[in-house]
Design a protein around this ligand. Structure first.
Ligand code: PBG
Length: 337
């Protein structure tokens, strides 16, 4: 077995030979530093109105918009596969959108009905809900837009608080503000506590960048901004120190977990955030990152499954405790015990 020593091929007088720890699967398994598990993953899911619908999302092969009945079956299936949490995103019909996103806090809205149904059918799974106005806004922005096209911070926070309360009321386990308004984590925490929802957690999208990797997601929800971009609230991709400021603020305001988003072009930010906080760190392997791998896989240019696992491992190695990824189900199928 030990070819090199039996045949005495080694001529160099080396003290250190790192290859000793790579000689066999058993030894590689033993010294592996990072282990990707199904329990690390949050599965984002898209829900839409209707019945019996499962609509493919063209720019995200393998992802679908589900009507509630079909979504429940999917949630039950992934729970069985060991996935512990889902993140919910609604496809809101155009006629329900308005400039202040009032549908976002409708107690009978799609998100609220979906949370209740999941909590009834699959009570164990963690339901994480997105807090932001973009799926509900006729402007396609995460906040309220003023007459002169400015995204209003404090007025938006008031609506986000209502949205959060109505999600908590419906039974959400974790509220995830993805809007990047200043002060929203503190305002949401205060309101949740004042209404008795002290157990409802906050996963803050703390360092969320104004990224072009969100394109396929906006296709999925038909939520692209109707004008301009998100650069006055989402972060400049060139900034890393600023991420630490955002993390510190959200932690001080009461976030239970913080997030870096996207993940792959921001592995250095994940690493820095990991060093800077004791809170659990989540990373969002976003739609564009997913679609790149899917597209190259479909073209036969890469081994899609291997690239998927290598990619998710890199996010964990960089310091993420938790990964939101559209690959969650595929990973769960591969990692079945
Ligand atoms: C909206 C939101 C976005 C994503 C999650 N929540 C899009 C955006 O900010 O424009 C993107 C997720 C993805 O690309 O997978 N607040």
């Amino acid at each position: 077995m030990n070819k090199s020593s039996t045949e005495n091929q080694d001529k160099l007088d080396l003290v250190h030979r790192p290859r000793r720890l790579r000689r066999s699967p058993a030894i590689r398994d033993m010294v592996r530093e990072t282990q990707l598990t199904v329990k690390d993953l949050i599965y984002p899911l898209f829900v839409m109105e209707g019945e019996g619908q499962k609509e493919a999302i063209k720019s995200m092969p393998g992802c679908y918009r589900y009507s509630l009945d079909k979504l429940l079956a999917e949630v039950a299936e992934v729970w069985k596969l060991g996935i512990g949490a889902i993140a919910l995103f609604p496809v809101v019909p155009e006629e329900k959108k308005d400039s202040t996103g009032t549908e976002s806090y409708n107690p009978d809205g799609l998100v609220q009905r979906t949370i209740k149904a999941i909590k009834k059918e699959v009570p164990g799974i963690l339901v994480i809900t997105d807090v932001a106005l973009d799926p509900f806004s006729s402007d396609g922005h995460d906040g309220i837009v003023s007459e002169d096209g400015i995204i209003l911070n404090d007025a938006t926070v008031e609506v986000l608080v209502k949205q959060s309360l109505s999600q908590a009321e419906a039974g959400a386990d974790i509220i995830a503000p993805s809007d990047m308004m200043d002060g929203r984590v503190g305002a949401i925490r205060k309101a949740l506590d004042a209404h008795g929802y002290t157990d409802v957690g906050i996963l803050a999208y703390s360092a969320k960048y104004a990224s072009s990797y969100y394109g396929p997601f906006r296709d999925a929800l038909d939520s692209a901004p109707k004008f301009g971009d998100k650069k006055t609230y989402q972060m400049d991709p060139a900034n890393a120190r600023e991420a630490l400021t955002e993390i510190a603020l959200d932690a001080a305001e009461g976030a239970d977990m913080v997030m870096v988003k996207p993940a792959l072009a921001y592995l250095d930010v994940i690493y820095r955030v990991r060093e800077a906080t004791q809170l659990p760190v989540a990373a969002y392997n976003v739609s564009g990152e997913y679609s790149l791998i899917k597209a190259a896989g479909q073209l036969g240019w890469i081994d899609e499954k291997k690239v998927m696992l290598e990619t998710l491992t890199s996010i964990k190695r960089a310091g993420a405790d938790v990964i939101l990824t559209y690959f969650a189900k595929e990973v769960a199928l591969i990692l079945q015990p």
